[in-house]
Design a protein around this ligand. Structure first.
Ligand SMILES: [Zn+2]
Length: 233
């Protein structure tokens, strides 16, 4: 028992918001690719620009000026598309659960075979001792039997690992499905919800944004790769 580990572990598998200390800004979604700082809204509130443009001394920072509605709706629709792809992938993965039944059946057969072979190995020696078998025959039979046993002993743990891996993936998929459905149904820009699957969005211009998907669970990585480059639409 390690209570500290258990608590940390329990937290690692939920998407509950961590408490942000008062005075600290919430995690940003839109980032300036030139200086790495957050984008802020213009005084009109209808466009994003680099919050450091006036002071960063980086030429690129000054060039960023993108329409708020366009940026938010593009990121929203990219996320919905991605959630759709991931959800389809999750459906396929869930079907793999049936494979574990086949694997378990195979394990049972191998275990039975191993049992048969082990008693055969004992009988071989008896047969040899009582001259029902030549030394040559005995050696050959013994090597074959022992070889097959060690094959089985190697195969069983591999099969068990494979079944465990599939079951774990399926469980993980099921846990994530509700969240994916929430994203698929998302109708308006919701930064906190998007931040559950997006690490950050690098905004170069209205022609180029890069969405960096969160890599903590591999789903989005499998369906999309680490990042997605789009133009605002
Ligand atoms: Zn900047």
């Amino acid at each position: 028992m390690n209570p500290l580990f258990d608590t940390a572990n329990a937290r690692a598998f939920t998407h509950e918001k961590k408490n942000v200390p008062a005075g600290r800004k919430a995690k940003p979604l839109f980032m300036c690719p030139y200086c790495g700082r957050r984008l802020t809204l213009t005084s009109w509130g209808n466009a994003y620009r680099c919050g450091q443009a006036a002071i960063s001394n980086i030429a690129g920072c000054k060039t960023i000026h993108v329409d708020k509605k366009l940026l938010e709706s593009t990121v929203l629709s990219c996320t919905r598309t991605m959630a759709g792809r991931v959800s389809a992938e999750a459906g396929r993965k869930k079907k793999e659960e049936a494979k574990t039944t086949v694997i378990e059946e195979k394990i049972r057969m191998l275990e039975a075979e191993e049992k048969r072979l082990s008693s055969r190995k004992l009988r071989l020696y008896e047969d040899y001792r009582s001259d029902r078998m030549t030394k040559e025959q005995y050696r050959r039979e013994y090597d074959n039997t022992a070889g097959r046993i060690s094959e089985i002993e190697k195969a069983i743990p591999e099969l068990r690992d494979e079944a465990a891996r599939i079951r774990e993936q399926v469980l993980h998929m099921k846990e994530r499905e509700a969240e994916l459905e929430g994203l698929l149904a998302l109708e308006s820009f919701d930064k906190d919800k998007l931040l559950t699957v997006i690490e950050s969005v690098l905004v170069y211009s209205e022609e180029r944004i890069e969405i960096i998907w969160k890599m903590d669970d591999g789903f989005f990585r499998e369906a999309a790769g680490e990042k997605e480059v789009s133009a605002l639409q």
